[in-house]
Every structure is written in structure tokens, then in C-alpha cells.
Design a binder for this molecule. Structure first.
Ligand code: ADP
Ligand code: AMP
Length: 231
């Protein structure tokens, strides 16, 4: 199972990537999470530069991003597959990815676009928070923890955090970046017959079902992973 999840910020890529990854037992690789891990590391010389870029809503330069993804795909846990969330984000990155996969002898099974209207995205992003311990994602309105201070998944107490770029101004900049730089990769994959679109306006479980239906239909020669929990 080797797939890319595409969509604007707040579309639900991270939410769905984690669910599909868990089900198929492959890692969910979020470019944004890789950057945030480096920002969190006080000893990382790149951290400060990355924080400024992320807080501005711009894209991190390709030479940093492409190498980071390539190194991540070389790790052992990617041998049976992966789900890429947030990469590629420009035609140049999509071309780099094609080249990289060819060199590594890997074929993609599907490119799934999660389509959501812009006005919904601001609401989704401004209500987003996550557990600082395990990364489980929540939403003020659409996915509240059972206890307001306790993570449902790992039980951590008072560990919920919000991203510094999840404010309305940066969200607008990130949406602009998406429309000008990322959306042009949709025709790139469409021309190659790889693009499948699901309705991301639906509720989370429904979106998961739509993605699973795409994956079942698209199962290519490399999509040998069986769902871990049900068939
Ligand atoms: P992305 O990774 O594409 O930026 P996320 O997966 O982090 O998006 O989702 C953004 C926010 O919207 C999160 O708070 C998440 O809980 C919520 N969310 C995700 N999918 C849906 C959905 N289908 N309906 C309602 N809220 C959703
Ligand atoms: P995300 O976690 O996907 O919302 O991404 C957060 C931020 O990380 C983006 O607004 C960009 O600044 C940066 N980023 C994520 N993925 C990429 C990428 N593929 N290329 C460049 N920058 C990225």
C-alpha cells in the first residue's frame, strides 16, 4: 500500500492518513510533522528557520523537503508501504517524487484527493488541537475528547496543544499557497490516470469509507498489504 493523500490544509489528510495507516499497518508520513519534530528539537540548527517558514504559511524549500522525504522512505518501516500526507505540495516536488520512487524501485498505488470547500477549512483548522504526547487529533466541534483534559487514546492529562500556524491569518496564507502552488499537481496526477477524488465534506467515518473503496478498487501489484482489522 503506497499512497499519497492530497488536499488543502484542514481537509483531513492527517486524520485519514492515521486511520488508513493503522488499518494497513504502514507508516503515515506527514511532511509537516517531520518539520515540527525538528522545530521541537532545541539542538536542531534548522529548527528556527523552519518555524519562521511554517508560521508564515509558505512552503519549506525543496532541497530540504525532498531530502527529508527521501530519507524517511528509506527507513525500514516503509518497506511494505507508506501513506504520504502533505508531500508533494508543488509540481516540482511531484516530479522529484516520481524520480525518487523510480530510483528506489517503488510504484504508487493511488493518489487520493480529499476535496473540501475553502470556507469549511477555516472552521476545521481553527478548531484543531492534538495530544502533545501521542499526536491524536481532535476538534472543538467535530471530535471532542470524552473528558476535556484527557486524551482518549493515550490517557495523557492536560497535554492538548494547538499549532502556532493554526490561526486565521496564517490559514488564509496557507490556502493561498495551496491554490497557487499545490493545486497544479492535481492535473499532473490526473494526466497520469492516478488521481482519485473523495468528498472530504462528509463526516470522518464516511471519508474513511470512501478512501477504502478507492484503495480496494485500485489495488495494484504493490498493494499487497491486507487490512489489519477487517477485509
Ligand atoms: P489536514 O491534515 O489535511 O491539515 P486534519 O486531519 O488535521 O487536516 O483535520 C483538520 C481538523 O478537522 C482536525 O481538527 C480534524 O479533527 C477535523 N476533521 C478532519 N476530518 C474531518 C471531517 N471529515 N469532518 C469534520 N472535521 C474533520
Ligand atoms: P501541514 O502539517 O501539512 O499542515 O504543513 C504545515 C506546514 O509545513 C506548511 O504550511 C508548510 O510550511 C510546511 N510543509 C508541509 N509540507 C510541505 C512540503 N511538501 N513542502 C514544503 N513545505 C511543506
Amino acid at each position: 500500500m503506497r499512497i499519497i493523500l492530497l488536499g488543502p490544509p484542514g481537509a483531513g489528510k492527517g486524520t485519514q492518513a492515521k486511520r488508513i495507516a493503522d488499518k494497513y499497518d504502514v507508516p503515515a508520513i506527514s511532511a509537516g510533522d517531520l518539520f515540527r519534530a525538528r522545530i521541537k528539537d532545541p539542538g536542531d540548527p534548522l529548527g528556527k528557520e523552519l518555524k519562521e517558514i511554517l508560521d508564515s504559511g509558505a512552503l519549506v524549500p525543496n532541497e530540504i523537503t525532498v531530502k527529508m522525504i527521501s530519507d524517511r522512505l528509506d527507513q525500514d518501516d516503509c518497506k511494505n508501504g507508506f501513506i504520504l500526507d502533505g508531500f508533494p505540495r508543488s509540481v516540482e516536488q511531484a516530479e522529484s517524487l516520481q524520480k525518487m520512487l523510480k530510483e528506489k524501485g517503488i510504484e504508487l498505488d493511488a493518489v487520493v484527493q480529499i476535496g473540501v470547500d475553502d470556507d469549511k477549512l477555516v472552521e476545521r483548522i481553527s478548531g484543531r488541537f492534538s495530544c502533545g504526547e501521542c499526536g491524536e487529533g481532535y476538534h472543538d466541534k467535530f471530535k471532542q475528547p470524552h473528558d476535556p483534559s484527557t486524551c482518549d487514546k493515550c490517557g495523557a492529562v492536560d497535554k492538548f496543544t494547538r499549532r502556532s500556524d493554526d490561526n486565521e491569518e496564517t490559514v488564509r496564507d496557507r490556502l493561498h499557497t495551496y491554490h497557487t502552488q499545490t493545486a497544479p499537481i492535481l492535473p499532473f496526477y490526473e494526466e497520469r490516470g492516478m488521481l482519485k477524488t473523495v468528498d472530504g465534506m462528509a463526516d470522518m467515518d464516511d471519508v474513511t469509507r470512501q478512501i477504502e473503496a478507492v484503495l480496494k478498487a485500485e489495488k495494484g501489484p504493490n498493494a499487497h498489504n491486507s487490512p489489519k482489522k477487517f477485509g
